[in-house]
Design a protein around this ligand. Sequence first.
Ligand code: AMP
Length: 531
Amino acid sequence: MMGAPLSIVDILRHAAVCHGDGRVVSRLGNGAVHRYSYDACWQRVNRLAHGLRAAGLQPGDRVGTLAWNDYRHLELYYAVSGLGAVVHTVNPRLSLEQLAYVIQHAQDRFLFLDAEFLPLVEQLLPSLPAVERLWLLASAPAEAPGRADRAESYESLLGAEEGPFPWPAFPETTAASLCYTSGTTGKPKGVLYSHRSTLLHARAVAGTEGWRLDRFSSVLAVVPMFHASAWGIPYAAPMMGSKLVLPGRRLDGASLHELITTEEVDSMCGVPTVWQGLLDYLDDAGQTLPSVHTAIVGGSAAPLSMIEAFDRKHDVFVVHGWGMTEVSPVGTVNYRTPFMDSLAPGERHRYQLKQGKPLFGVKLRIVDDSGATLPRDGRTSGHLQVSGPWVCSGYVGQDAPRDHAWFDTGDIATLDEDGCMQIVDRSKDVIKSGGEWISSIEIEDAALALAAVSEACAVGINHPKWGERPLLLVTCSAPATREQLLQELRARLPKIALPDDILVVEELPHTATGKLHKAALRSRYADHYQG
Ligand code: AMP
């Protein structure tokens, strides 16, 4: 067989030829909606590549982006990697210190940013000696005063040279994009994706085991393009000719609903917090989702109440998936099967709490503390390990681990006989009480089923008798007392998992990727059970 290397830019070339009239729709920073075709996108990506080369971009260089999901960010995904350089998608929600660290650690030469991040970059520039040039993702140069006023206009890069770009050939293992983990402790760690890993992952998520995309689909990628390549959608949608809908920075329920309706979105991908906002908006405004058949939920556990609300109120099927930055990011998907259809609705909803089966190519196993493989019986839980062509073998700038064969996810999970996986907890978050393990996810799921609770976070707090006991923190949409909540939870949780205390708070802390910041809560309430 021919050894033709897999190359990301070939996805868009294919889209331009075979799905030339397929659409890309973007909500811009000013709220306006931009629409164009894959063919137009391809023309601009060629012009961008001319511009980037003229600006001095070399193969292997790193290019940082600080941007929301829109068509210009998409163009950078393709042009930069097509030149053999690396797109480093920077998460703007990182702390200033972490932002400076990741941009400097990656040695980003160029930085592309949305206008709203100019003040941020202005603050960062003194600690970013490697950054040579700044480009504003807009049609005009920066108007803001200060050092960042040297930001040039992105559109000016697309100026002079027209026509096909002579895309270079390189091995498929060449690095294409870079994403840093946003660990809550220690420094962020860089994960480099290759052309090969990106294409294989995109192909897998595009298919029927993944997001089921085809020429008829209209897919809304709410998950940010600055985090783990937006779950492969910016590659999978053009590959299949699906309409790609990019919501920019407006992720509130009303804005999302408007975009979903006007673009007749049928499947949408995002984290539970965003979907809760959408569901709350739909309830308040008395609206529905007639065009949508699938909500893809991942990044954190999909609560039962969300799976039920999507199904019962909106006839939307929740496809629950699991992944992580180090897995490109998608590892497992709980896609619809005949078995699921055979279950009564209540049973099916509970089955959908599982994170699903591995995509073809991904292998999973669970091991005990000594590394011995544990049975796949749906009950025994252990450390989840993963392997496959889009699983990272090590972090940028760090020595490769001794065991290349399996990547330790830091998650605790069970595996069923048929390969279906369920996350019990992060190993750092599982609550160890009197020798038993309690899943903080199980407590949160029970709390979220209570009418008054909008958000819930359970953490293990040191306890003089039990080692650790659960503390539950909730935000509420209606008045509720600790006693009422405890009373209601009694019916939903085994005695051992019932929190010793519940605190109703105004707000819960989140990490840069929108997950509950459990480490912060654990340290804040460290002494809560100490007499
Ligand atoms: P990140 O690398 O920031 O995307 O975080 C990856 C981690 O998020 C995983 O190791 C899991 O702990 C968690 N995670 C992702 N998807 C799910 C899910 N569907 N259910 C529970 N936890 C999840």
